[in-house]
Design a binder for this molecule. Structure first.
Ligand SMILES: *[C@@H]1O[C@H](CO)[C@@H](O)[C@H](O)[C@H]1NC(C)=O
Ligand SMILES: *[C@@H]1O[C@H](CO)[C@@H](O)[C@H](O)[C@H]1NC(C)=O
Ligand SMILES: *[C@@H]1O[C@H](CO)[C@@H](O)[C@H](O)[C@H]1NC(C)=O
Ligand SMILES: [Zn+2]
Length: 433
């Protein structure tokens, strides 16, 4: 439902590439000692060792020599080189400017649709164009996904022609991180977005070694104070540009029906998956948000244990938004089951393009107003379908349709449709950021 960025796929992401490198080197060394004279093999061994040792640093060096694209100043020392170019990449002023299509590599429209939505995410685009991600890579050996993502974004914004480009290098990298995207099967765009953001985040996490954070009891604190502490604890482990942009904090309150005791929990979220309310008429996005935050009664087998009664009690549960993210991703649950997709709800959900006011969902009545800038559109059924995207160009403010390699202008009045699937909103005003 919402994303607790726990460890669900951490280990999965951090594939054992280093281990493999070292092992391979070891095997080579052994065979060298077996078959050759000692002195030349020692020399080779030394050479090999210096390569291996460099693995952590080496990746940075390697990356840089493979594409000298300029870096910003405050790089970690191991990433510094004498001949740094500091020039930023500027969007091509005449031509393409983000209006470049992506070739379909065989059922990859889900990927193309999400990539175009992200390419039109103003701050993420600039992060890539300015090569700021290089500063955050922290000399990780494993940063190829971010590199390819940035390269792709740069190409989309600086390409001299509008000719569609192939995202195959990027696809190779995302497959390494998430083997489920190997091959050419139709995939779910929202799941893909989660994997991608998580993968990018891991590579540019400002925290290189996640500390063990002790479990602390914040129950004596006020809700706001508790929320702040929980958020800071989260940042001690997960802190990146991706988090800066996409992650918010959700409050869930559990109230005991016997004694009225209310316990609160604060969790980070990367997107909100909204149920679509069943209704004969049209449904609005606000209706979906109301359904998502509706008070839920937990009774029978679901009864939680009340901390004050020290017994299982009937409780009511309710969500509210404690911290609004800069970019709010709303996923409309059109498919009844995430994996075994059996049915698709084609309910028309109306959503505002401008001034989506979320104050009523805020924990403390703070102001939060969002504007829409991108939509991933799913046409078709659960079995076969096609994804497109429509995005507002962050430079010109004009709307465009992205249908794989085709990009065409559209009017904002065409944006609403019964096929909107993932909505990208950006925060305009919030009294507390
Ligand atoms: C979204 O899908 C609907 C249904 O197929 C289609 O009519 C509409 O043109 C699509 N919108 C865009 C902008 O691709
Ligand atoms: C996308 O392009 C294909 C042609 O390749 C076309 O059949 C389809 O209708 C287009 N979809 C949308 C939503 O524009
Ligand atoms: C945002 O805040 C500014 C200054 O407080 C105000 O002028 C503007 O109308 C607000 N915009 C929205 C969309 O609320
Ligand atoms: Zn109680």
């Amino acid at each position: 439902m919402l994303r607790h960025t726990g460890e669900f796929d951490r280990t999965f992401w951090q594939s054992g590439q280093n281990v493999l490198q070292v092992k391979t080197a070891g095997v080579i060394l052994l065979s060298l000692f077996n078959y050759y004279t000692v002195i030349p093999s020692l020399i080779i061994a030394l050479l090999l060792f210096s390569c291996c040792f460099g693995a952590a640093d080496g990746a940075c060096l390697f990356r840089r020599s493979s594409e000298q694209q300029g870096l910003s100043s405050n790089l970690p020392t191991c990433c510094l080189e004498k001949s740094e170019q500091t020039a930023h990449i500027h969007p091509n002023s005449k031509n393409a400017q983000g209006l470049v299509g992506l070739r379909n590599l065989g059922n990859t429209c889900f990927m193309n649709s999400i990539l175009q939505c992200l390419s039109n995410t103003h701050d993420l685009r600039d992060y890539c164009l300015r090569n700021t991600h290089r500063t955050d890579l922290n000399c990780r050996a494993n940063a190829a996904l971010m590199e390819e993502f940035a390269k792709l974004t740069q190409t989309l914004w600086t390409s001299a022609s509008n000719e569609a480009i192939s995202p195959s290098d990027f696809k190779t990298q995302i497959q390494k991180y998430a083997p489920r995207f190997v091959g050419y099967n139709q995939q779910d765009a929202q799941e893909f977005l989660r994997f991608l953001l998580d993968g990018l985040h891991n590579e540019v996490n400002r925290v290189s070694i996640r500390p063990r954070v002790p479990v602390e009891d914040f129950d004596h604190l006020s809700d706001d104070e508790k929320a702040k502490r929980m958020w800071n604890k989260y940042l001690e482990r997960e802190d990146s540009k991706v988090v800066d942009l996409f992650v918010g904090q959700l409050k869930s309150s559990l109230t005991c029906s016997e004694c009225g005791f209310c316990s609160t929990v604060f969790d980070p979220f990367w997107d909100l998956s909204l149920p679509i309310s069943k209704s004969s008429g049209d449904v609005s996005l606000i209706d979906c948000l109301r359904l998502f935050t509706k008070e839920d009664v937990l009774d029978g087998n679901e009864k939680p244990t009340c901390q004050r009664c020290k017994a299982r009690r009937k409780c009511t549960k309710k969500f509210s938004i404690q911290k609004f993210p800069k970019v709010l991703v709303l996923h409309l649950k059109r498919f009844s089951e995430a994996r075994i997709k059996t049915a698709k709800l084609c309910t028309f959900v109306s959503f505002p393009i401008k001034e989506l006011d979320l104050r009523e969902f805020a924990s403390d009545n703070m102001n939060a107003i969002y504007n829409l800038y991108a939509v991933s559109n799913h046409t078709g059924t659960t079995l076969g379908g096609h994804y497109t995207a429509y995005c507002r160009n962050p430079s010109t403010g004009e709307w465009y349709t992205y249908n794989d390699s085709r990009v065409s202008p559209m009017s904002s009045s065409q944006v609403r449709s019964s096929d909107a699937y993932v909505l990208f909103y950006e925060l305009t005003n919030s009294s507390r950021m």
